[in-house]
Design a protein around this ligand. Structure first.
Ligand SMILES: *Cc1c(COP(=O)(O)O)cnc(C)c1O
Length: 451
């Protein structure tokens, strides 16, 4: 018997098929040739049988897969508002408009329009940040990890930086304070213990080589029980008295107090500044709700040193970041508008009755063995650890599928839907499902269960 793999069609023969040839006319020919080769390879690996859907259909599907962008939108049905793996903060509409306005052509990124000379990108969001926070000065960098690195380099390079053992944290994505410290050229001096650090620990560690007192917000975990950390204000006071700089790695950039919505325990940016720390670092795409960015606020001297540090050039923000950040910050001039229009803040402060309505609508659309139950959403992104956000979940019975199969099918739908599993059921949290996505999610569940 001849090996069926020998009977596989040749690349040229498939390219000559009218349907395949048509693909090469409308799309990039190189991609079609690659799809033909890969389809033949797949058939060979499959024992030499032709694709069940036919050669042309298999090739067309593969061309589509190859042509699809690797980065695309997904629907977040997890209820984790700042989902790091799903791109953290969705942007507000004005931020999106700013991206288009600036990205489509040239921009005055480093150009002083009144003088017709070279300007500085560092001036762009500076005044707005100063206006909104009361800081003396501000600089925007690529992300908060970069901002902390720059601040450590600018304020502590060649000297010692003192930090509590309770704050030697790992943030995720391998951002560890001791490692960042080593790269910045500062020497780490650990004080206190994992659970308790006192002001006298900082004072006792000060030497002529001390350059910086560092406070790191315990953003993604909680220490409970017999614990003590020194408030930023006391650290700043010691720093000023002894002529040593102070830096507060705040993590999340919460600009408005969310306590009226039951979210407490996360220091706001104005509170952090009021503590008197020389510099405060935070992300643009956590609670601030803007694009990925690292923001440093503080005294004129501290921020000037950061801006002039060579590392600041290596982690500078690009024009798209600055455009989207400025448009996001502008919304904070009217805090209520910021709360309504910045998706992260809207989702975190949404009335649970409204979430329930969306859950009911989704439940109806799913139209299967499902119910609406109380549950909890998460803030995520290393913010408000342990905060409980009441929500209403649509709980879908995956039968006859398993929960794992159903969530895998939801991930494979277009656009992909990312959901959670709890007690062998698939859980959909409408807190992070936008109102205009409810019907899409319902349809995805129906076809995943049918398919
Ligand atoms: C998230 C976080 C960072 C890193 O911020 P990125 O914007 O991800 O670079 C640094 N420090 C703390 C305390 C954080 O929570």
């Amino acid at each position: 018997m001849t090996d069926p793999r020998r009977r596989l069609p040749a690349v040229d023969a498939l390219l000559a098929e009218p349907e395949v040839a048509a693909l090469a006319v409308t799309g990039p020919r190189g991609l079609v040739v690659r799809a033909v080769r890969e389809t033949i390879e797949a058939a060979r690996a499959n024992g030499g049988s032709a694709p069940p859907e036919g050669w042309s259909a298999a090739i067309r599907a593969r061309v589509q897969r190859l042509a699809a962008p690797s980065l695309g939108p997904v629907i977040n049905a997890t209820g984790v508002v700042l989902h790091t793996n799903l791109g953290r903060a969705p942007l507000a509409a004005p931020a999106l408009a700013a991206l288009a306005r600036v990205g489509l052509g040239y921009a005055n990124l480093e150009y002083d329009l009144s003088r017709g000379t070279r300007g500085s990108r560092h001036g762009l969001c500076r005044d707005l940040l100063v206006e909104l926070t009361g800081a003396e000065d501000a600089v925007v960098l690529n992300n908060a990890a970069g901002a902390v690195l720059v601040a450590l380099s600018a304020l502590a390079r060649g000297g010692e930086a003192i930090v509590s053992r309770g704050e030697l944290v790992e943030i995720g994505g391998a951002f560890r304070i001791p490692d960042i410290m080593a790269r910045s050229g500062a020497t780490l001096v650990e004080v206190g213990t994992t659970n308790r650090t006192h002001l006298k620990d900082y004072e006792g560690a000060l030497t002529p080589a001390s350059k910086l007192l560092l406070k790191v917000h315990q953003s993604n975990f909680q220490v409970t029980g017999f614990t003590a950390q020194v408030p930023a204000q006391e650290i700043a006071t010691v720093g000023h008295a002894r002529g040593v700089a102070s830096l507060y790695d705040l993590g999340s950039g919460l600009l408005i107090d969310l306590a009226p919505w039951g979210l407490t325990g996360e220091p706001t940016v104005p509170q952090a500044l009021a503590s008197g720390m020389d510099a405060v670092a935070f992300s643009g795409d956590k609670l601030l709700g803007g694009p990925q960015a690292g923001i440093l606020l503080g005294t004129r001297a501290a921020i000037e040193a950061c801006r002039n540090d060579p590392l600041a050039r290596a982690v500078r923000a690009d024009k798209l970041t600055l455009a989207a950040l400025e448009a996001t910050l502008v919304l904070y001039r009217e805090p209520e508008r910021a709360r309504r229009e910045i998706p992260v803040l809207r989702m975190l402060t949404e009335d649970v009755a409204q979430i329930r309505q969306r859950a009911e609508a989704l439940h109806k659309g799913v139209g299967t063995d499902a119910d609406v139950v109380e549950g909890e959403s998460e803030v995520g992104g290393g913010s408000f650890p342990g905060a409980q956000l009441k929500t209403w979940l649509v709980r879908v019975n995956p039968r006859p599928l398993t929960a794992d199969t159903l969530v895998a099918r939801l991930r494979a739908s277009d656009p992909p839907v990312v959901a959670r599993i709890g007690d062998d059921r698939v859980l959909l949290d409408p807190r992070t499902i936008f109102p205009d996505q409810v019907e899409t999610v319902a349809r995805a569940v129906r076809s995943a269960l049918d398919g």
